[in-house]
Design a binder for this molecule. Structure first.
Ligand SMILES: [Zn+2]
Length: 312
């Protein structure tokens, strides 16, 4: 099953291609995990495909080059720009423009993907304006950004905006259940994994197993003995750098569980229960900030979080 939300965007882009009305510059904007990057890569494959099929054919020379799973596929008519450090610098835009001034290698369409375009430095954005306004023939630029209002208005006005809304949670869970995930797993992946089917699936592939174990432990923490809790926290021991990803995962699971409990308390008009869960959500959020800011001991962080939950 594919996502209706992204399928709608694909349909629009297919229509533009088949009617020969592809714009020179697009801005794909939406929150993290809404599928804009996935669609940008698909659109690049579509524009570079030698067949006239509705989707990239998968067998022409261009599709074969782009079939790799690499984050930055190497294709003579595809240029990818992303921040070099914290920003996209003016030198990167100048280099892109020098590349575009050469003739197309494959003598077909050319595509430029600019990822994290909200990190274009002002000088870089200004340097890009002319290219956005008058792209070379058969060239399409796609700027991918989280927030359209983080783009300069002069950049925004020269691009066709395509918005990526997060998948509604209920719909996302439905898609994940159809993939064969259990109810608890689908709920977790939808809550933590992100706003698109692809992002949630990717999250599940990497994190589902430990996340479900954590979820199961959190569900019975009130009945667990103190020594069981200390044993569980012991598994977060070690240098912060090493145990940080696992600790962050636990904080995400904790947050999801606490939000669900807060909603249940609100439904039952259990005011003290609701306040308690909201406090715990805030405590987990501040633990996360502390963990990112300094070398907080993850084992102690987990102990405190769980012992507090046991007391609840
Ligand atoms: Zn093809």
């Amino acid at each position: 099953m594919t996502s209706d939300r992204l399928e709608g965007v694909r349909r629009e882009l297919r229509r533009a291609r088949s009617s020969g009305r592809i714009h020179g510059a697009y801005a794909f904007c939406g929150e993290l995990g809404t599928g804009k990057r996935e669609i940008a890569l698909w659109f690049a494959r579509l524009l570079l495909c030698r067949s006239t099929q509705e989707d990239p054919c998968g067998s022409c020379r261009s599709c074969r080059i782009l079939a790799t799973e690499a984050a930055d596929p190497v294709h003579p008519d595809l240029q990818i720009v992303r921040p070099d450090g914290a920003f996209i610098r003016v030198e990167q835009i100048r280099m892109l423009q020098r590349g575009l001034s050469l003739v197309s290698n494959e003598r077909g369409h050319r595509v430029v993907l600019i990822f994290e375009a909200d990190r274009l430095r002002v000088e870089a954005a200004n340097a890009l304006l002319k290219t956005l306004e008058e792209p070379p023939d058969a060239t399409t630029l796609v700027l991918v950004a989280e927030r359209s209002n983080a783009l300069l208005s002069t950049v925004r006005s020269r691009t066709t905006l395509v918005r990526f809304a997060p998948e509604a949670a209920a719909r996302l869970i439905e898609l994940l259940l159809a993939d064969g995930l259990s109810e608890e797993a689908a709920w977790l992946a939808a809550e933590i994994g992100g706003g698109s089917h692809g992002a949630a699936r990717e999250w599940a592939d990497l994190n589902l197993e430990p996340a479900l174990e954590m979820c199961e432990f959190l569900a019975r923490v009130q009945e667990a003995s103190v020594s069981e809790i200390l044993d569980f926290a012991e598994s977060f021991r070690g240098p912060t750098e090493k145990s940080r990803p696992r600790t962050e995962l636990l904080l995400s699971v904790f947050d999801a569980v606490a939000r669900r409990a807060a909603e249940a308390a609100a439904d039952k008009r259990n005011h003290p229960g609701l306040v308690g869960w909201l406090d715990r959500i805030e405590a987990a959020a501040s633990s996360r900030r502390e963990l990112q800011r300094r070398n907080l001991n993850p084992q102690i962080l987990v102990e405190n979080l769980l012992l507090d939950l046991k007391e609840a």
